[in-house]
Each structure stands twice: as structure tokens, then as C-alpha cells.
Design a protein around this ligand. Structure first.
Ligand code: GDP
Ligand code: MG
Length: 684
């Protein structure tokens, strides 16, 4: 059954590894009645973390998705809200997965550990969510742990995230004595009955002591709201009591405007404080109607378009996750516009193939609820899509919008896999095809001569996880080489070259003659291909020019050093007077030869991936981090104070970063947090 858009909340949880994201998701699904048995993470049974190696590593790698209905008393939205909970990956080797899941959500909850505060990875994801303009709430988890400090986390949010935290619930007690929260909007205390895993919540008026503790917090709340709401401002200045309704409205307006972040205190593992957070999700986070509009590119016009969340408009959706389950493909898609039913045709805009929508479901952590239709704002699982891979855009023919640009991924390392025999080779290819469907940042190429499969990805962990899954899910353990840096190449001077191809193939003469000139471009500027006179050509000449352009583009995939060519301006033309006798294949071959000759004369040089490195450490360990980075050819750019720690930022070549996280861990007794991201290509 379709829900009115205003009742849908598509939200994600942003957290550092171990902040408690999985535990919190579990509690949310439990309180909203969708999981009857709570799985604790340490038992490896959590419903949201369903890939075995995630449970083993204790990190959430895939973005899963669960739907639940929340109609807690504080939801303030009539019959409650449907929450689609998208579990964003916590590891930054999977940044693109994080970005993709951020695209499909409308709001997010940042989970911070009350002891660890804002750690580097949650900081990265938080920043990314800012880039997408996603309104957020924060949950300060683990208030029961020794060393828990609510104010420290607020301070870290201000300093490291540049956020304006506005506590809505505050902890009652802390560490071992943490027992509940105070709701500052209503000035009531909330207790959670541990006997039923916190499902029953008891609200009570504040005791005198609690009221005295809460008063300055309430004052701060009203001050923050007065900044964004005139009604609250007037009442506050006049010293009048601000009604709860006005507080709620101001909290919502300020959250949606990105003016501040409502904060909730709790301990998911101890079943404390989760329901007020759910009320906050319903009351303050946007529905698809309030959310920023999706944008993409219309592939017909190449013009950017924004999409209104109109159920009656042309269909547009992003497939943000593809699973292969028992040989069947299941795709999770966010619908941005239009309405589709089972059997409807649409276009896979990314691959330009036709698709048919199969059966649709809402996923409820282990269960599936069949759906007749899906409309703008929905997140649903679909069967039967033949060609889709993660990241593909689906659309009605009348408005083919591409939502995600796959070209933006730059793999930085590769791994050679060698099957023992033909049999294993076949299984390996099947498994790799499946993994590539699920993860477009994974690339596979086959070396014709050696039979090796070359797999490339975004980082060491990315490929480690691939090998793990290969073993576990496909019982495959091909011989694997050491991971290698994925180089690119460029040129350092201008040069030109000719290519002439003339051969009889299958009884037909193929001829082509091309002249190419190449010039270096600025680092990161990309390649350009210019064909003087090509624009004006028509008929057969136009066709030949298109073939020439395609031939050059293909040849740029592998330069004289054997790597993809970057930052080169290519200008090419047919040799004067010889166009008459040219054939398509002849022209392609000549293009490749001319380009190769030109590149060879242009001082071809290796380009290597440079990674941005961010390490957060206690001050006493900054020295060891700097020497570790220096020893690996890194360059430290800034060292800043952030929430009682030092944040060391710099760059280092990927080639020196193998095993860096292990080395860092042992140099700092595990106290450093690290983020590695592809930054740019540089001359090696
Ligand atoms: P994730 O990596 O963010 O998904 O975090 P998990 O949910 O897997 O939790 C990491 C660890 O913290 C697990 O051992 C949890 O049992 C524990 N944990 C989660 N929430 C709490 C909490 O509120 N209090 C305490 N003391 N431990 C918690
Ligand atoms: Mg997890």
C-alpha cells in the first residue's frame, strides 16, 4: 500500500565503526515491531549486518535497508511514519557506497560514542552529508560506559563538525549510574523498562533535583530556537513559558534549514533513549516532500535537471544496491518521481537497455512485504531487473535522467587472481560478474595470455573483503598475487605521429590513414579529442569521423606504458586526400597507430594515485604519526587541535600505504583513527 509522501522518512545512520550503529538499528527495528528477537552484535546475529564477514569483522560493509512503522506518542504526525532505514557503510574504503546511500536518503542520524566522541570516519561521512544538504539528528550513544561525557561530545560536534548541537534529551546520570533521559521540550523524565528490552517507556514529572539540573539545558534549547523562530524569541524575551508546540515547530524548521542538529542522549545496548530519537526522526527530519530535490543529467540534452517528487511525473529512480540471492537479482531502488507497477517497462539510463519492473517488496529485516506499486519518495526492493548494477539509473523514456556518474570512481589498487584450472576459472568469472553487479567500483579485466584476472578497487580492504566473500560465498580461493598500485600514464611534451593501415581482411581491403598530435594538459584536466573539420562533416565523412573519435578514445585506455592515458589533448585528422579509400576498421586501426606513435614521442610518464590521509591521535603520539607518514613518502599539511586530539592531515602515494593501517595501529596502540581517500594522480 502506498503511503502519503508526508509520512515517509528515508533516513540513514552515520557513525564511526563501533559507535553502535548496528545496535541502534536493531533497537529501532525492535521497538517498531519488526524484529522479534534482538540480535546482539557480539553474538554475530544482528539482523542488519547480514553478510557473514561483516559479522566477523564487526563492521558494516554493505548498505542494507529496513522499513518500519513508528507511531510513538511523540511522533506528532497522526498515524505515525514509515521509516526506511538505510544502513550506510562505516568504512571509508567504501566512500562511494556511503555517498550513494547519502544520495538516496532525506535525513540522517549521526551516532557518536559518548567516550570516543567524533572520530575521523564519522567526521568524513558527516561532511559528505553536508555536501548533499542532508538535515541530521545526533544520538550520543554509550552513555553507560566508563568515561562517558555528554558535554565533551557536544563540544566535539561544534569543533570538528562545525555543527550547532541542540540537546533535546539529556542524560540522567552517566556511566554506571546512567538510567534514563530528560525530555527538555516537555520537562519530563523518561525511564525505560529493561525487562522488555526498553520497550515500555515511563514518563514522569521532574523531581526538584532533576528540574534544577535540566533548567540551564532548557534555557540553552530555547536560546537556540529563538535564533530561528520569532515566536519563540518573543516569548523567550518576555520571560513567558514557550508552549511545547512552538518548540516542536521551531525544532523542525531549524533542522530542515540546517541551522542546528537536535541531539539525543542514550545507550542503545542498555535500551535507553531510543524512542525519543524515533520521535525526533518523525517530527524533525524531512519527508521526501521537504527534502532537497534529486538532480541528474538528461542524457538526450546533456543538461542538468532537478526532479520534483511527483508521483504522477515521468518515472525516475536510482538503484543503490544490488544483491544476488540464490542466483536471483534483487535491486534496492529509490524512486524520485513517477509511479511504477510490476510489469512496467523502463529504461536503464546507465546502460541504455530496456528493463521490466518485476515484483516489488519492502524489506523488513528478514521479512518481505509485497507491494503493488512504488511511487516518488519510496525505497523498495525490485526483482526481475536483468541489466541493473549498483548505481544505475532507471527512468521513463520520456525523461531519461542519469543520476550517478560512474566515471567518477578511480580505482587505486589491483590484484591478480589466477585460477588453478579452467573449471575454477569459470566459477571465478561467475563470482566476479556477480560482485561487479553489486559493486560498480570493482573492475575486472582478463589477461588473454596468462589467463589472470586483474581485479581493481578502491583500497586494500576493498579487495580483502572481495577475497573473503569469494571464499565464503563461492568456496573459491584462487591464487592471489600481492595487491599492486594501479598506475596511469601521461605525457610531458607535445608530439605528433602518423598511422597508416592497409590490409586485406576476409577478402576485403581495409585502409586508413590518420595523423594525430598530442599535448600535455593540466593535472586532473582529463583528455580531450579534437577533430578539425569533423563537426562540419556529413554523410559518410561524418560516420568516419565518429569512428575516428571512438578509435582514439579506445586507444587512450592503454598507452605506450600499458596504462590508461590521462590529461592529454589529442588533435587528429585524416591524411589529406586519402579519405576516399578508407573503411571503418581501417580508420580505427590507423587511429590507434597514429596515437601510439605520437604518445611514444611525447615523453610518456607514469602517474600514480596520491591518497589524502587523515589521522586523529592523542597529542603525545603526533610525533610517531608524523615520522610514520614521512617514512612512507607522505607530506603532512596540517596539524590541528580537535576535541582534545590532534588531527594530522596530509598526502601520501598509494604505493607506500600498503599495510599502513596496521603499522599505525601498532605505533599508537590502536589509539589512532585513520581515513584514506583517493586525492589525485601525480607524476610518479
Ligand atoms: P557499529 O560498528 O557502529 O555498527 O557498532 P555496533 O553496534 O556493532 O557496536 C559496537 C560495540 O559497542 C558492540 O560491542 C556493542 O555491543 C557495543 N555497544 C553498542 N551500543 C552500546 C551502548 O549503548 N553501551 C555500551 N556500553 N556498549 C554499546
Ligand atoms: Mg555495524
Amino acid at each position: 500500500m502506498a503511503e502519503p509522501l508526508s509520512r515517509i522518512r528515508n533516513i540513514g545512520i552515520i557513525a564511526h565503526i563501533d559507535a553502535g550503529k548496528t545496535t541502534l538499528s536493531e533497537r529501532i527495528l525492535y521497538y517498531t515491531d519488526n524484529i522479534h528477537r534482538m540480535g546482539e552484535v557480539h553474538e554475530g546475529a544482528a539482523a542488519m549486518d547480514f553478510m557473514p564477514e561483516e559479522q566477523e569483522r564487526g563492521i558494516t560493509i554493505a548498505s542494507s535497508c529496513g522499513t518500519c512503522l513508528w507511531n510513538g506518542e511523540g511522533a506528532g504526525v497522526g498515524d505515525g511514519v514509515v521509516i526506511n532505514l538505510i544502513d550506510t557503510p562505516g568504512h571509508v574504503d567504501f566512500t562511494i557506497e556511503v555517498e550513494r546511500s547519502l544520495r538516496v536518503l532525506d535525513g540522517a542520524v549521526g551516532v557518536f560514542c559518548a567516550v570516543g566522541g567524533v572520530e575521523p570516519q564519522s567526521e568524513t561521512v558527516w561532511r559528505q552529508s553536508e555536501k548533499f544538504g542532508i538535515p541530521k539528528l545526533a544520538f550520543v550513544n554509550k552513555m553507560d560506559r566508563p568515561g562517558a561525557d555528554f558535554s565533551m561530545v557536544l563540544d566535539a560536534m561544534r569543533r570538528r563538525l562545525k555543527a550547532v548541537p541542540v540537546p533535546v534529551t539529556i542524560p540522567l546520570g552517566q556511566e554506571e549510574s546512567f538510567r534514563g533521559v530528560i525530555d527538555l521540550a516537555r520537562m519530563e523524565s523518561l525511564a525505560f523498562d529493561d525487562a522488555d528490552k526498553g520497550r515500555s517507556v515511563t514518563r514522569a514529572p521532574l523531581t526538584e533535583e532533576e528540574a534544577a539540573y535540566a533548567a540551564p539545558w532548557r534555557e540553552k534549547l530555547l536560546e537556540a530556537l529563538a535564533d530561528v523562530d520569532e515566536g519563540v524569541m518573543e516569548a523567550y524575551l518576555a520571560g513567558e513559558d514557550v508552549p511545547e508546540g512552538a518548540i516542536q515547530a521551531a525544532l523542525r524548521a531549524g533542522t530542515l534549514a540546517g541551522a542546528f542538529v537536535p541531539v539525543f542522549a542514550g545507550a542503545a545496548l542498555r535500551n535507553i533513549g531510543v524512542q525519543p530519537l524515533l520521535d525526533g526522526v518523525a517530527a524533525y527530519l524531512p519527508s521526501p516532500l521537504d527534502a532537497r530535490k534529486a538532480s541528474g543529467v538528461d542524457v538526450r540534452t546533456k543538461e542538468p535537471v532537478t526532479i520534483d517528487p511527483d508521483p504522477a511525473g515521468p518515472f525516475s529512480a536510482l538503484v543503490f544496491k544490488v544483491f544476488v540471492e540464490n542466483g536471483r537479482k534483487l535491486a534496492l531502488m529509490r524512486v524520485y518521481a513517477g509511479t511504477v507497477k510490476e510489469g512496467d517497462a523502463c529504461r536503464n539510463v546507465t546502460t541504455n537497455e530496456y528493463e521490466k519492473i518485476g515484483r516489488m517488496f519492502r524489506l523488513q529485516a528478514g521479512k518481505r512485504e509485497p507491494l503493488d506499486a512504488a511511487s516518488a519518495g519510496d525505497i523498495v526492493a525490485v526483482q526481475g531487473l536483468r541489466t541493473v548494477r549498483t548505481g544505475d539509473s532507471l527512468a521513463a523514456d520520456s525523461r531519461p535522467v542519469l543520476l550517478e556518474n560512474i566515471d567518477a570512481y578511480t580505482p587505486v589498487i589491483s590484484l591478480a587472481l589466477e585460477p588453478k584450472n579452467t573449471e575454477e576459472g569459470k566459477k571465478l568469472d561467475e563470482a566476479l560478474a556477480r560482485f561487479c553487479t553489486e559493486d560498480p567500483t570493482l573492475r575486472v579485466a582478463q589477461d588473454e595470455d596468462s589467463g589472470q584476472r586483474l581485479v581493481s578497487g578502491m583500497g586494500e580492504l576493498h579487495l580483502e573483503v572481495l577475497l573473503d566473500r569469494m571464499k565464503r560465498e563461492h568456496s573459491l580461493a584462487p591464487r592471489a598475487g600481492n595487491p599492486q598500485v594501479l598506475y596511469h600514464e601521461t605525457i610531458r611534451k607535445t608530439a605528433s605521429g602518423d598511422g597508416e593501415f592497409d590490409r586485406e581482411l576476409g577478402g576485403q581491403r581495409h585502409y586508413g590513414c590518420v595523423r594525430a598530435a598530442v599535448a600535455p594538459r593540466e593535472r586532473g584536466a582529463g583528455n580531450t579529442i579534437t577533430l578539425p573539420g569533423g563537426e562540419a562533416a556529413d554523410g559518410r565523412a561524418r560516420q568516419l569521423h565518429e569512428t575516428l573519435e571512438q578509435g582514439l578514445a579506445d586507444a587512450l585506455q592503454c598507452g605506450p606504458l600499458g596504462y590508461a592515458v590521462e590529461d592529454v589533448a589529442v588533435t587528429a585528422s585524416f591524411c589529406p586526400g586519402k579519405e576516399e579509400g578508407m573503411s571503418g576498421p581501417g580508420c580505427r586501426m590507423a587511429a590507434a597507430m597514429a596515437l601510439k606513435n605520437a604518445l611514444q614521442e611525447a615523453a610518456p610518464s607514469l602517474l600514480e594515485p596520491i591518497m589524502a590521509v587523515e589521522v586523529a591521535v592523542p597529542e603525545s603520539m603526533v610525533g610517531s604519526v608524523i615520522s610514520l607518514l614521512n617514512a612512507r613518502g607522505g607530506k603532512v599539511e596540517t596539524i590541528e587541535d580537535e576535541a582534545g586530539q590532534k588531527m594530522v592531515r596530509g598526502f601520501a602515494p598509494m604505493r607506500e600505504l600498503f599495510g599502513f593501517s596496521t603499522a599505525l595501529r601498532s605505533a599508537t596502540q590502536g589509539r589512532a583513527g585513520m581515513v584514506l581517500r583517493f586525492a589525485r594522480l601525480d607524476l610518479a
